[in-house]
Write a new protein. Structure first.
Length: 363
């Protein structure tokens, strides 16, 4: 089989992997002019049966003729089962991967791109890919911090802004050098600046970007309240790939949601505008008006919006546009229910409990 029509891109960061796979996909689009000759297959699997269905879908896509009778362009996107997770290590998944090899070795005019993250590099299928595909491990090609800087700088440039001297390094340290988070936060900073040619400074980052130093834990919370279901499910995958407990994440979601409920009530009452920048003076004025409703202990708590860092409150405010008060209250009830399930069910069920909550809330 010629390697030029089968590409495999793997790595440790899904955003970097997907970006490289998309570059390969885009380069081949001209060869496949009609929409019916191009297919993207979502390869995220939650159970062994999903792996079998995904790979059967790949074979079916390759065996179906395009409108013009030639080959197909197929992107097997975000495969998450070439590793030692419960699904990836299952014999059924290994058998399904074994059964796809014959198809991949005789593609004819069809071009297949496989992007996979996270992967176990000692997995037998990875060894096979290295010999039978145009194989790229983006983690080995480019160190994580280098990839972060490149992607974030490209994002800033596309938004018409740039990083001031030293600001990019400070930014990387503040959010843990996660490319996906870097892109999201850079876009928010650029939107705040508004004017082309403006610079993102360390001070602006301090004011508007929360600490994400613990990586996956904070990413899942950010993703959840972004309203982006796909990002949320991916972030939950990464959270559990690193064998993390769900309870601290649920607790963080509950705390953030309490703050959002308070903000949304103020928005509904006409005291705050989610489209306007929120200044410390405005928060202080509103706090004085409502101080009788809160404890004066001075402790920082999610039960008191006005005990929080003003910049963090200002950062949460635009999120209220995505959720009504009723929806936030329902979400809080859902978070309580999910936490009770975490306490009563086996630990291996934690991932599905969180994903079910995300699907119910964000679909």
């Amino acid at each position: 089989m010629a390697k030029h029509n089968f590409f495999a891109v793997v790595g440790d960061d899904d955003y970097v992997v997907r970006q490289r796979a998309k570059e390969i996909f885009d380069k081949h689009i001209e060869q496949f002019p009609d929409d019916l000759s191009r297919e993207q297959i979502d390869a995220r699997a939650d159970k062994v049966g999903d792996v079998e269905e995904i790979l059967n879908e790949v074979k079916t896509a390759g065996q179906t003729l395009s409108l013009f009778g030639g080959g197909k362009l197929i992107w097997i996107n975000e495969a998450n089962f070439i590793n030692q997770t419960r699904v990836g290590a299952a014999q059924g998944s290994k058998d399904a991967l074994e059964s796809i090899k014959k198809f991949l070795q005789d593609l004819g005019e069809t071009v297949v791109i496989l992007s996979a993250c996270p992967v176990h590099r000692a997995h037998s299928f990875i060894k096979w890919l290295q010999k039978n595909a145009a194989y790229e491990d983006v983690a080995k090609q480019e160190k994580g911090d280098v990839a972060f800087r490149r992607i974030v700088q490209e994002t800033a440039q596309s938004c018409g802004v740039s990083f001031a001297n030293g600001a990019l390094e400070f930014f990387a340290g503040k959010i843990g050098a996660h490319p996906r988070l870097g892109v999201e936060e850079t876009k928010k900073l650029a939107a705040f600046l508004g004017e082309d040619g403006s610079q993102i400074t360390e001070q602006l980052i301090i004011e508007l970007v929360p600490d994400f130093g613990e990586g996956d834990f904070f990413e899942a919370a950010e993703a959840f309240f972004s309203g982006n279901l796909k990002w949320t499910l991916d972030a939950i995958d990464r959270h559990f790939f690193h064998a993390k407990d769900a309870r601290p994440l649920i607790s963080n979601l509950q705390n953030r949601n309490r703050l959002l409920i308070q903000l949304r009530v103020l928005v509904d009452g006409g005291e705050l505008d989610p489209n306007a920048r929120l200044g410390k003076d405005q928060i202080d004025r509103i706090a004085q008006k409502h101080t009788q409703h809160f404890s004066d202990s001075g402790d920082k708590t999610s039960l008191n919006l006005f005990s929080q860092n003003p910049w963090f409150v200002g950062r949460l405010l635009p999120i209220t546009k995505r959720f009504s008060t009723r929806r936030l209250i329902d979400l809080q009830a859902g978070l309580i229910d999910a936490f009770e399930k975490l306490l009563s069910q086996p630990k291996e069920d934690q991932e599905n409990i969180l994903k079910d909550l995300a699907i119910r809330t964000l679909s």
